[in-house]
Design a protein around this ligand. Structure first.
Ligand code: TNX
Length: 541
């Protein structure tokens, strides 16, 4: 009976017990395949080294740095040969030394094999990207305290990882999170912390929502008042802020080290009050509106009229050119959502001009699904779907999705009633005395809702090949700090990361196993000092 109870509680806590008694933590996102080996665990100790064979990019040093921080062991990184690997070493072998890709690669290039046991830990990958994701899996197999940012007392039986073989590859190439730094600005160091969290979950895109009615957050040399007047405000009057080009380059580099691509968004032609308040010539009436600090959407618009065409087109060309120059990744996002103050004719006219300006930079355009109303999108424009898991007829979102596909593009799915991390929790918790979140997308969002959808089941006949990926946005009208953002994001972002990476589950996902894995991840979030909500449906330890 004692054994049965032990097995049962281990399963609930997101672990599977091994023959030798060790628990195998359930990695998030769930790998394509994980096999338990009948062997003693891998043991990290004072003598452990990271041995590198081939060109592995940042993975060895980032792994070793974390191991050193938590254990205090020296963990040198040395280039070596496979034969030199001892039982306490971690070998990282990158097969063909493929060049460091700066963009999300084909899923196969992101794959890896990770083997752990008493004769060492071994990572094999075809590219530095796969090697890096393998290190994130290895960290999740070690005790949670391995993630702490200071030296942690070693667990009673040492720094061990159970003996397993993981063969892994992502389902989708684009696995994103969006941070709205327009409604409330977050400094570079906060965004870097969020990037670390994304990388741990093998999310490889950070979409930065850089402009909105309440603020413009990126330096544009040709239009300096965008970050003068335009950056002085935020929602709720909590002060402004913006990234200099130097700040932004630092962010891009930090992300690239972790194989995360930044997708910058300039939201057009609506959501533009900050720009309109900075430059009277962008307004149809030539009068700059006051800065805006409220919560409404859909009241601002660029001007489609011919008498403003010179200023508007110069703005579109110069902003997209400077944005593209700062962007090593393949995409720039031009918004297109909720342009409720723009007539249909003006919307189509402005979308034509803004996407033409964007395409002239050589980048691929991404836009919210409303952009699909235009039949003249640059070939390959990507649509970001934000309607519900079941498309609402009145929004026309399913037809918009079709339009992107017909024009050679693919889709990123962010269904608002499942993937929006700013939707309130069902039990309406407060965080440090504040109620966070909104409820417009069909009310609150439970963990079961965040996990219980599939990107290939939203719009009929839209299959994996049509889908670039999945993204979890967080809108920050109600969040002023990174801690507030994290409290809303965790644990629901774990569900979106798993939908983006793990294989499709035609018979339905195993919700109980996932909830158990989330419970296990709680101790890891604590080790990293990340606030999260202990949702009551999760069997937290
Ligand atoms: C809708 S959905 C928005 C944002 C808001 C968000 C709040 C979409 C593309 N736009 O402007 O911040 O709801 O949840």
């Amino acid at each position: 009976a004692a054994l049965t109870i032990a097995l049962g509680s281990a399963a609930l806590a997101g672990c599977a017990p091994q023959q030798n008694g060790a628990d195998v933590p359930r990695i998030i996102p769930d790998p394509a395949s994980l096999e338990q080996l009948d062997a003693e665990p891998f043991r990290l100790d004072e003598t452990s080294r990271v041995l590198v064979v081939g060109e592995a990019g940042s993975a060895p040093e980032l792994l070793a740095a974390q191991l050193r921080l938590a254990t205090g062991a020296p963990v040198p990184v040395v280039s070596g040969s496979e034969d030199a690997a001892g039982p306490a070493d971690i070998l990282i072998a990158v097969e063909d030394g493929a060049a460091e890709a700066s963009v999300p690669a084909a899923p196969t290039a992101e794959g890896y094999r990770l083997t752990t046991g008493a004769d060492g830990a071994r990572i094999e990958a075809a590219s530095p990207i796969g090697a890096f994701w393998a290190t994130r899996s290895l960290l999740q197999l070690l005790p949670p305290a391995i993630l702490s940012s200071g030296e942690a007392p070693g667990p009673r039986d040492g720094w061990t990882a159970p003996a397993v073989r993981v063969d892994d590859v992502p389902r989708f190439a684009y696995r994103g999170a969006m941070l709205d730094v327009a409604r409330h600005f977050l400094p570079v160091a906060d965004v870097e912390r969020y990037l670390d969290q994304l990388a741990m979950l093998k999310l490889n895109v950070l979409h930065l929502h850089l402009t909105d009615d309440q603020g413009w957050r990126l330096q544009i040399d040709a239009w300096p008042e965008l970050t003068g007047i335009g950056a002085s405000t935020s929602t709720g009057g909590d002060g402004g802020g913006f990234y200099t080009k130097e700040d932004y380059r630092r962010l891009v580099a930090y992300a690239a080290e972790r194989h995360v691509t930044i997708v910058p968004e300039i939201d057009l032609p609506g959501h533009t009050n900050a720009a309109l308040s900075a430059y009277p010539e962008l307004n149809c009436d030539g009068v700059a509106p006051a800065p805006y600090e409220g919560l409404e959407v859909g009241f601002s618009s660029l001007c489609a009229a011919p008498e403003r065409a010179e200023a508007t087109d110069r703005f579109l060309a110069e902003v997209t050119r400077e944005l593209a120059e700062l962007t090593p990744g393949p995409w720039i996002h031009l918004g297109g959502d909720e342009s409720l103050a723009t007539s249909e004719a003006d919307y189509l006219e402005l979308v034509r001009r803004m996407t033409a300006a964007g395409a002239a930079t050589g980048k691929t355009i991404i836009g919210w699904h409303e952009l699909g109303a235009s039949p003249e999108l640059p070939t390959g424009t990507v649509g970001q779907y934000w309607d519900y898991v079941t498309p609402r007829t009145e929004t026309g979102s399913a037809a918009d999705v079709r339009s992107f596909l017909d024009q050679g593009g693919r889709i990123v799915f962010s269904p608002a009633d499942a993937a929006y991390l700013d939707m309130v929790y069902p039990d309406a918790p407060s965080f440090e005395g504040r109620q966070l979140g909104q409820d417009w997308a069909d009310g609150d969002t439970s963990l079961a809702e965040a996990y219980g959808w599939d990107p290939a089941s939203i719009v009929p006949d839209v299959r994996d090949d049509d889908i670039l990926g999945v993204e979890a946005p967080i809108w920050t009208e109600t969040m002023r700090t990174l801690e507030e953002v994290e409290f809303m994001a965790f644990p629901r972002i774990l569900a979106i990361a798993e939908i983006a990476w793990s294989p499709a589950a035609p018979g339905g996902r195993d919700e109980a196993a996932f909830f158990g894995a989330v419970a296990g991840y709680g101790a890891r979030l604590e080790a990293m000092s990340v606030p999260y909500h202990r949702m009551p449906e999760v069997p937290w330890r």
